[in-house]
Design a protein around this ligand. Structure first.
Ligand SMILES: [Ca+2]
Ligand SMILES: [Ca+2]
Length: 103
């Protein structure tokens, strides 16, 4: 009997967790025919990516980061042209530090 209660409580916990994590939607129709759809739920945040480690990314050890070397850090790679302040096709430590310090 005790195990039945434990299973029941565990099932309720799982169900309530799934309910809390799901987005909820409510449709409201006004008298003038307009429709408003409200959606709420937990904020969707992209997974955080660690700060780029210059020495780890600099695979050939030449002291600069090429576009190919930044492929390991998706955000830096997509922002490469912006981070490459002097547009020489390479990121120096100073350019990377400046990019990391950007808000
Ligand atoms: Ca390099
Ligand atoms: Ca550069």
């Amino acid at each position: 009997m005790r195990s039945f209660y434990l299973v029941a409580i565990a099932s309720l916990l799982v169900a309530s967790t799934q309910l809390a994590a799901a987005d909820q939607t409510k449709t409201i129709k006004s008298a003038d025919g307009r429709t408003t759809i409200l959606t709420w739920g937990p904020a969707h945040q992209p997974p955080a990516q660690a700060q780029p480690d210059f020495d780890q990314l600099d695979r050939d050890g030449d002291g600069m980061l090429s576009l190919v070397e930044t492929e390991a850090h998706r955000l830096l790679h997509s922002d490469f042209d912006y981070a490459d302040l002097n547009s020489d096709g390479q990121l120096s430590r100073a350019e990377l530090a400046r990019w990391v310090a950007q808000p």
